[in-house]
Design a protein around this ligand. Structure first.
Ligand code: ACO
Length: 436
């Protein structure tokens, strides 16, 4: 019977230590006993960018990056995308099980009745510059909700947590739609409680003078599928920000603003916007080989390709490619699809990409579809943030109720000066500040 332990020999002292292995992991704190002298701090691990560190136990999302598998609470993403609505999946992520019919009815009712924003929040949004980036508006407005709901600071009260969860999931489409209308200098549209989550979002985006907005069903379903695919993705950069900030018992509005801010970065959720810029820059299918050469020469990255976890085709990208075809039947084919398909074809055969296991990720095809639906690239990351709200909140709940969790506070390896003498003003030499 193999022993689930690890024996470490410290060659500095010849001392041997045995530490338990649990779930393929050793506890970093078990290394602290490894010292050369009693007054030593003890051994630490150094892991910039968390390349090999588990920060939590989680039962929400499972990813096998080598095999291209993604499951929420054990259910394959492909099945959920085909058989569920986004709000059903949000319920699953948050509460661990798929809802029964009455549970779903009541959940949908509650979310629908939390879609309104206070007029003060609307006024707050009116203060943004007309051309402000919607993601900046989204992040700031989510943070501003903290001032509207001061009760949200009771993070250990389950009833308060549930209320904030419903408010956030209900309100993020309204904030997203207002950021879009603000950019367009169109009047804001209030939510319509008769419509589904995706349809109501479309109503708040695109309703003009018609008395009642009627959503195109194929587009509404495609949006809902996209929402399902983006709902959670375990400990990514944004979710790590959510967990890290809320570990200080910060309220969920402020914590979620930090998570959305992380998502806005071009290496994370901001990549979908970058993919469109890249396709514009390439311009036509025949220019693809030259662009691939530029990528291989290290000049640029192929946006929408590569992933920290997936070393195989991102399963979400496959579903998006299929969903895009359904959308194009309604909207007509986005001419950029030709360039994207050619990029993918060449990249998947090219040794540079094969060797590094670089495959299309979730952002590669989503932007092309969003553009066909009529969204400007600036809106793409906001479309990602709406469903990710469910995942961030599920991860937040899990963190708050996990007795092993404490305030997140990494260590560092200090590389600065030892203590030194203070230098009086007249004796200082000029600092070499890098040229601007
Ligand atoms: N194009 C070209 N080369 C790439 C790309 C890319 N998109 N991604 C990674 N590589 C190369 C790196 O240069 C590196 O090559 P090297 O070994 O010769 O130095 C190798 O592949 C490994 O890449 P890392 O940067 O070490 O991988 P990491 O896990 O740190 O980065 C990331 C993952 C940030 C997603 C990266 O692949 C990337 O920048 N992709 C483009 C941006 C993007 O699409 N982001 C969205 C990710 S999905 C999401 O967050 C929602």
């Amino acid at each position: 019977m193999p022993d689930d332990t690890l024996t470490i020999t410290d060659n500095r002292t010849g001392q041997k230590y045995t530490v338990p292995i649990e779930n393929g992991t050793i506890r970093a704190m078990n290394l602290r006993q490894i010292k050369t002298r009693p007054e030593d701090f003890g051994l630490m691990t150094y892991d910039p960018a968390f390349m090999n560190t588990a920060s939590c136990r989680s039962s929400i999302t499972y990813i096998d990056g080598e095999r291209g598998i993604l499951r929420y609470r054990g259910y394959p993403i492909e099945v959920l995308a085909e058989r569920c609505t986004f709000l059903e999946v949000a319920y699953l992520l948050l509460f661990g099980e798929l809802p029964t019919e009455p549970e779903l009815k009541s959940w949908v009712h509650d979310i629908t009745h939390h879609t309104m924003l206070h007029e003060s929040t609307k006024k707050f949004m009116e203060g943004f510059r007309y051309d402000g980036h919607p993601m900046g508006m989204f992040v700031s407005t989510v943070a501003a909700l903290s001032t509207v709901y001061p009760d949200a600071r009771h993070v250990h009260d389950p009833a308060s947590r549930l209320l904030q969860i419903k408010r956030l999931i209900g309100k993020v489409p309204s904030i997203a739609a207002m950021s879009y209308r603000h950019n367009m200098e169109f009047p804001y549209v209030y939510p319509d409680n008769d419509l589904s989550y995706a349809e109501n979002f479309m109503n708040m985006l695109w309703k003009m003078v018609e008395p009642k907005y009627v959503a195109q069903p194929a587009i509404a379903r495609a949006l809902d599928i996209l929402f399902i695919l983006h709902a959670d993705h375990e400990q990514n950069c944004g979710t790590n920000a959510m967990r890290s900030v809320s570990s200080a018992q910060t309220d969920p509005y402020l914590s979620m603003a930090s998570a959305a801010a992380a998502l806005a970065g071009p290496l994370h959720g901001g990549a979908n916007e970058e993919v469109l810029k890249m396709l514009d820059e390439i311009g036509s299918k025949d220019k693809v080989p030259a662009y691939i050469k530029k990528v291989k020469d290290g000049g640029v990255k192929l946006m929408g390709f590569g992933h920290r976890i997936y070393k195989n085709y991102d399963p979400r990208a496959k579903i998006i490619k299929w969903t895009a075809e359904q959308v194009f039947e309604v909207t007509g084919r986005n001419p950029k699809l030709e360039i994207a398909l050619e990029l993918e074809r060449i990249a998947l055969e090219d040794e540079y990409f094969v060797k590094r296991k670089l495959y299309p990720n979730v952002d590669f095809y989503s932007g092309i579809m969003y553009q066909a639906m009529g969204f400007r690239p600036e809106m793409f990351t906001v479309l990602f943030a709406i469903p990710r709200t469910a995942g961030w909140l599920a991860q937040w709940q899990e963190l708050i109720t996990d007795p092993e969790q404490k305030i997140a506070r990494p260590r560092q390896i200090y590389t600065g000066h030892e203590e030194r003498e203070f230098v009086a003003m007249g004796k200082r030499t000029a600092t070499a500040v890098p040229a601007r």
